[in-house]
Design a binder for this molecule. Structure first.
Ligand SMILES: C[S@@+](CC[C@H](N)C(=O)[O-])C[C@H]1O[C@@H](n2cnc3c(N)ncnc32)[C@H](O)[C@@H]1O
Length: 312
């Protein structure tokens, strides 16, 4: 049982996920055999505002093996908080829950929402629109409601204002900081344009952030929420953030484990690196300077999300 900020998440319910990761792990091993050098793996980093190129399959594999389970659990926590606000406060839900996921990637957020609704016996059809610049190979849910569109959100919204305006939930699953400044400003402009009038009586805006760039991400999130709120005369019904105080016992401590065969930190990626092998198995001599390790995220201390519910 994962305990976090008053929530209890039963990991046994998500037994399907290791199989999904197993397949990705198998595919990564095949890719690694094909690669003459592990240059690509070195490019997989987020420091100094670098973003890996998700168009490259090996980057998608590393991303998902490193983050998928952690993000899935984080979105479970985020949507549980959302459901507590919306359901326990007796706020009636729309007959269909229209969700716009901006930067949906493999649609991990969709699966988390699906489980939270199922576990809470909240029977409501979901009309999911996932918008992403990149086509991801490993879509993690096969539910028929989902729609995945390959587009820049700032462009897509221009021609799809009626879909966007009907949203009950707008979610940025680890994506808000990865939009270019131009795309983000354009998105704000579109959202504040006169044709974009949100029709839902209640709209929830959910953001999950990169811990490394928390202030940038939360700043964008706040600007987005405020733009929607002011433009459509919403009031804030409730806002909750995951930022736990350092003294909170659930801040750091909870660790979950990956089955051995999908724990890709065991792959010793450096042994696939020509530079490492040429440098007498030393990463210190490498221009990249950092040791080539990619461990999956296993701690709740990286959870970083905000949920805001607006009402007319
Ligand atoms: C860190 S990934 C998150 C992927 C996924 N949501 C998850 O939880 O694993 C950020 C995603 O945002 C997408 N993205 C970045 N800029 C975008 C834009 N302007 N429009 C749509 N998607 C964008 C990227 O292609 C990438 O898939």
């Amino acid at each position: 049982m994962l305990k976090y900020d008053g929530l209890e998440i039963d990991l046994n319910k998500y037994a399907k996920i290791p199989n999904y990761l197993r397949e990705i792990n198998r595919n990564l091993l095949v890719e690694l055999k094909k690669q003459a050098t592990i240059q690509l793996v070195r490019e997989f980093r987020y420091d100094n505002n670098h973003i890996p190129d998700y168009n490259i399959r090996i980057n998608q594999q590393i991303y998902l093996l490193k983050y998928y389970l952690a993000y899935f659990l984080e979105y479970i926590a985020m949507y549980t908080v959302w459901s507590q606000i919306v359901c326990h406060a007796n706020l009636t839900l729309s007959p269909t829950l229209k969700v716009i996921s901006i930067g949906c990637g493999s649609t991990c957020d969709y699966l988390s929402l699906y489980f939270v609704l199922k576990d809470g016996a909240i029977k409501i059809p979901v009309d999911y629109w996932g918008i992403d610049l990149v086509q991801w190979d490993y879509i993690s849910s096969d539910l028929s409601e989902k729609q995945i569109i390959r587009a820049d959100i700032s462009q897509w919204i221009k021609n799809n204002k009626s879909v966007f305006s009907a949203a009950d939930i707008i979610v940025f699953p680890k994506s808000i900081g990865e939009l270019t400044q131009k795309s983000f400003e354009e998105l704000l402009q579109q959202v504040s344009s006169k044709e974009c009038i949100m029709s839902s009586k209640r709209i929830s805006i959910l953001g999950s952030f990169a811990k490394l760039y928390h202030s940038r991400d939360i700043d964008r999130y706040n600007r987005f929420v405020e733009t929607i709120r002011k433009k459509n005369n919403y009031k804030i019904n409730k806002r909750k953030e995951s930022n736990l105080s350092i003294d909170d016992p659930s801040h750091d401590t909870f660790t979950w484990f990956y089955p051995q065969e999908v724990d890709f930190s065991r792959l010793s990626l450096e042994n696939h690196c020509n530079l490492f092998l040429q440098n007498d198995k030393h990463c210190r001599k490498c221009p990249a300077q950092e040791k080539l390790t990619h461990h999956p995220i296993t701690k709740t201390k990286y959870f970083d999300y905000a949920v805001t519910v607006l009402e007319k």
